[in-house]
Structures are given as C-alpha cells and as structure tokens.
Design a binder for this molecule. Structure first.
Ligand code: FAD
Ligand code: UDP
Length: 377
C-alpha cells in the first residue's frame, strides 16, 4: 500500500516524492519514459559528451528557497547563459541591448541615446495584450521584424499578434551592455548534470520508482491512497473537452570534431533555416573534451507535449479542465503539463514545494478534526 502514487518523475513529481518521503510517506513514482528527470534528463552520448535529451536546460532563479532546496542534491557550477542572434549577416546579442543597436546600425550611442532612439521607434499600443504589442511598443516594427516575428512564427506556428504578451515578454529589451540571457540572482548548472541530481532526490527508502509505465495501466492494480499527477491535464480527463494544444520540437544532435563550435551557448536564427536555435552543450556544462556536441531545435505540431501554447482560447479551455482537476478527489495536479503553464524549472520546483506545504496543512487540519471527533465520542 502506497500513500501516494506520483505520475511523472520530472521536477514537479520528484520534488514532491522527495518531500513526502522525508515526511514519512510511502511513494510510488511512475513515469512512462525509460528514465527519471523528465524534460531535464541529461546523459553522456556515445562520444562521452554530456547532452540534454530534450533541449538545452539552463537553471536560473530569483528564489533562494528553490536554489537552496536543490542544493541539497547537487553541487553547482556557476554559469551565465549568453545568446547571439543571426540577423542581417551578423551575430548580435539577444536580448537586444546597447551593443546590439550600435553593432547593427554602425553607431556608437550611449545608454541615454539608445533609450531615446528606441522611444522614437516605439509604436504606442494601449493596452499591451499580445506578443507583438510587447515588442513593438518598446522597440518599434523594424527590430520586431528582424528579431521576433520570424522566430515566433517558427516556434509557435502563430503570428506574435495571436500569442499572449507573456511569451515574448520573457525576453527583455535593455539599453545597457548586459548581454546575459537571464538576470536572476542565482544562475548555475548542476555540477554533475540534472540526472545525477534527480538520482539523489529519489534515493530514499520510502520511494519506489517504476519506469516505462503509463500510470493508466497500473492505477487500478496498485493500492494507493492519494495521487499527484504531473502529466498533461487533458489526458487525465480523457480529452473530454477536446485536446489542449501543445507545441513540440524535434531535436537534431550533431557532434563536431572540434573543441569549440560557436562563440556563445546558443545562437538563434530568427529569419533563416527551419530550426530556431543551435546550442553547444559544452558552454553550459563546462565539460573539457576534444569534440563538441550541438542540438538544433525544429518546432513542430506533433510529438511530445513540450510547450503549453498561451492564447486566450487555450486559457479558457484549460480553465474548464482546471475545474475538473480541483474537484477530483484525492488527486493533486502540479507541473508544466498538469497546470498548462509555460513554467521554467524553478517555477515548477516552487509550485511543488508550495503544494507540499498545502498537503501538510491539510493533513494537520484532518488530524485535528479526527482528534476532536474522537474526543466527542
Ligand atoms: P516534465 O519534465 O515534462 O515531466 C513530466 C513527466 O510526466 C514526464 O517525464 C512524462 O514522461 C511523465 N508522464 C506524462 N504522462 C504520463 C503518464 N500517462 N504516465 C506516466 N508518466 C507520464 N526551463 C528552465 O528553467 N530553463 C531552461 O533553459 C529550459 N529550457 C527548456 C527547453 C525546452 C526545449 C523545453 C521543452 C523546456 C525547457 N524548460 C526550461 C522548461 C522545463 O523543461 C520545465 O519547466 C520542467 O521540465 C517541467 O517539469 P515537470 O515535472 O512539470 O514536467
Ligand atoms: N523569441 C524571439 N526571438 C528570439 C528569442 C525569443 O522571437 O531570438 C520569442 C519567441 O516567441 C520565443 C519567446 O520569445 O518562443 C521566448 O523565448 P525563450 O528563449 O524564453 O524560449 P524558450 O527557451 O522557453 O524556448
């Protein structure tokens, strides 16, 4: 008898497995894949290069709680991600910053001048609702078309005007020279990789791991008290309201016989090629090796559900499923797929830590009620 069946061994499921096991609960964690770590899974390829199976995963957070929590299971390697965009035959820093503008137009503006320049190009949009609005209201049409329009169309198969503002708002616009992709307080990679970190999280005697198993094939045979579900929410309810749209990717890996292939961890291709970006893992992992491994990301409609697609129609459909989820007895939904949220890893960890605290509160309340009922008897 398990206290919890947890569906999905990614961040959402593994954090809860670890927390609940330490809290004395017996856990069965089930994943349909042949490995733990969900989309953060990494492994050494045939040349001995550490690669991320489901695309580049760079850890960054402003939450001390999340960083310290994961620090119980890994040492960290400080790493600040940098990205270049291939635009008009040049490789330019993205997020757009002072250097991007100066290099692109052959100028030598300072921060104040670049701010004025952008203001002169910005298109007034009130209210800012879409991913197009966010960018044109800050930098105008030309930079929007060169850096965002083509990339977004490839990535989502939607025009930015059809996507929530939150998508392109992930990429800021700067007038200083900061060329880091993220500005979070904590930016670091697990020193020995994500999978090793997950192995440590799940190495508790109260946790059993069952791989290569769709939970639907075992849930009626294995006794458990409560469920934590981190798979796609529409699948849980047998698509009763129709399918929630997800965007998928095809990852093409290449190994090059050279120590270093490109100048930055990632190069984005907004306007050329069928892929959106190319990432060279050694920048992220810091591995020393005479060869180097790259991954190219080709967006596609079919395949594993990687990205919830933030549009107002999809949000409305999700809310219907959310009502069912809230009413589902003995089952908690958490993670990127189960709550249909375009979350980064740290946000998923924070969500699961919050759910653990909620479960503790619910248990304490139930105990209190049980005790007072017993007293009354
Ligand atoms: P997942 O990792 O998807 O885990 C869910 C698990 O549930 C899966 O392993 C799946 O096999 C399992 N499952 C589903 N259905 C069933 C079933 N029926 N039975 C059994 N098991 C099931 N975040 C960052 O912070 N930084 C990054 O740089 C970054 N890069 C990314 C790049 C790409 C290409 C993608 C797609 C995502 C990226 N993310 C990044 C986001 C990150 O991957 C997610 O935030 C995180 O993995 C979500 O964890 P999760 O546990 O919610 O979901
Ligand atoms: N984006 C873009 N051009 C870029 C980088 C990003 O248009 O060079 C847009 C695109 O819509 C993308 C979104 O901004 O999906 C968020 O980018 P991010 O790098 O955060 O995407 P992720 O790493 O989550 O795939």
């Amino acid at each position: 008898m398990y206290d919890y069946m947890i569906v999905g061994a990614g961040f959402a499921g593994s954090v809860l497995a670890e927390r609940l096991a330490k809290y004395g609960k017996k856990i069965l964690i089930v994943d349909q894949r042949n490995h733990i770590a969900g989309n953060a899974f990494d492994y050494y390829n045939e040349d001995g290069l550490l690669v991320h199976k489901y695309g580049p995963h760079i850890f960054h957070t402003n939450s001390r709680e999340v960083f310290d929590y994961l620090g119980n299971f890994t040492e960290w390697r400080p790493y600040e991600h940098r990205v270049l965009a291939s635009v008009d035959g040049q490789l330019l820093p993205i997020p757009i910053n002072l250097t991007t503008i100066n290099q692109m137009y052959g100028l030598s503006l300072n921060a104040d001048e670049v701010e004025k320049y952008l203001q002169s190009k910005a298109v007034a949009v009130v209210p800012v609702r879409t991913s197009e609005d966010v960018v044109i209201s800050r930098v105008g049409k030309e930079l929007y078309e060169k850096f965002f329009k083509g990339y977004t169309k490839k990535q989502w198969d939607l025009d930015p005007s059809e996507l929530d503002a939150s998508v392109t708002a992930r990429v800021p616009i700067r007038t200083n020279k900061d060329d880091r992709y993220f500005t979070d307080t904590y930016q670091a990679m697990p020193l020995h990789g994500y999978t090793k970190m997950f192995e440590k999280m799940l190495a508790h005697p109260n946790i059993s791991v069952m791989l290569n198993t769709d939970y639907k094939t075992v849930k009626d045979f294995i006794p458990y008290d409560r469920m934590i579900y981190t798979g796609p929410v529409d699948s849980f309810f047998d698509y009763c309201y129709g399918r929630l749209p997800y965007r998928s990717l095809d990852f093409k890996f290449e190994t090059r016989d050279t120590g270093q292939y490109q100048a930055a961890g990632t190069v984005n291709y907004p306007n050329e090629h069928a892929y959106t970006r190319c990432t060279e893992f050694k920048h992220l992992t810091g591995q020393q090796h005479h060869k180097t491994s790259l991954v190219y990301e080709y967006p596609q409609a079919e395949g594993d559900p990687y990205y919830p697609i933030p549009t107002s129609t999809n949000g409305a459909l999700y809310r219907q499923y959310q009502q069912l989820a809230d009413a589902e007895p003995g089952t908690f939904f958490t993670g990127r797929l189960a709550t249909y949220k375009y979350y980064n890893m740290d946000q998923v960890v924070a969500q699961s830590l919050a759910l653990f605290k909620k479960i503790q509160r619910l248990d304490a309340e139930m105990e209190k009620t049980d005790r007072s009922e017993l007293h009354a008897v």
